[in-house]
Ligand binder design. Sequence first.
Ligand SMILES: O=C(O)C(=O)C[C@H](O)[C@H](O)COP(=O)(O)O
Length: 209
Amino acid sequence: MQKNLAQVLEQAGVVPVLVIDQVADALPLAQALVEGGLNVLEVTLRTEAALGAVEEIAKHLPDAHVGTGTVLTADDVRRSTDAGATFMVSPGTTDALLDAVEAGSVPMLPGAANPSEVMRLLERGYSYQKFFPAEAAGGVPMLKSIGGPLGQVKFCPTGGVSPGNAQDYLALKNVVCVGGSWMASPKLVAEKNWAEITRLAKEASALKG
Ligand SMILES: O=C(O)C(=O)C[C@H](O)[C@H](O)COP(=O)(O)O
């Protein structure tokens, strides 16, 4: 169920988490990130422009894997699928959300923040999970501890991940990639500073090692 997603995440390294306010920014932003070596992009469904942005990237940038983030409901699953998202990411998990995902065709990276949530997702077959909010929920020590009894689960920690701590996460055996917004901050996007976004993306992509 998460098979194709696993391959995408294994090569991602760092996944930019994007908040896009204007559809017109989607393509230049995605191009800037891909040029910097980051080709797995999560567009959060937090703005009116998000689905249009996903459509644009999916249609015009075949080198990128574009997914949706902040997927909370069955309706978000349907809208993500219609827009051409190749994966979805949620901050946490509900049964209604998982039911909708499993009835559909687009793989999900569901969110968990503690061992019980991790176990519940594992029971339903999700061995790749987002660890959110990573820093606030215990960061590197928490993931190391979870990796003892639940070593078969691989995580994409997101939330508070930065250039200063990304490598510590990526060095863990149970971390497949990390997510973060630092290389495409709302300020840089508003300024259309694509060159700086590419520079930060290059730095981030060098962290994969
Ligand atoms: O929107 C979602 O679905 C989320 O899960 C939240 C994002 O992953 C974080 O907001 C990114 O965190 P920062 O890198 O600390 O900005």
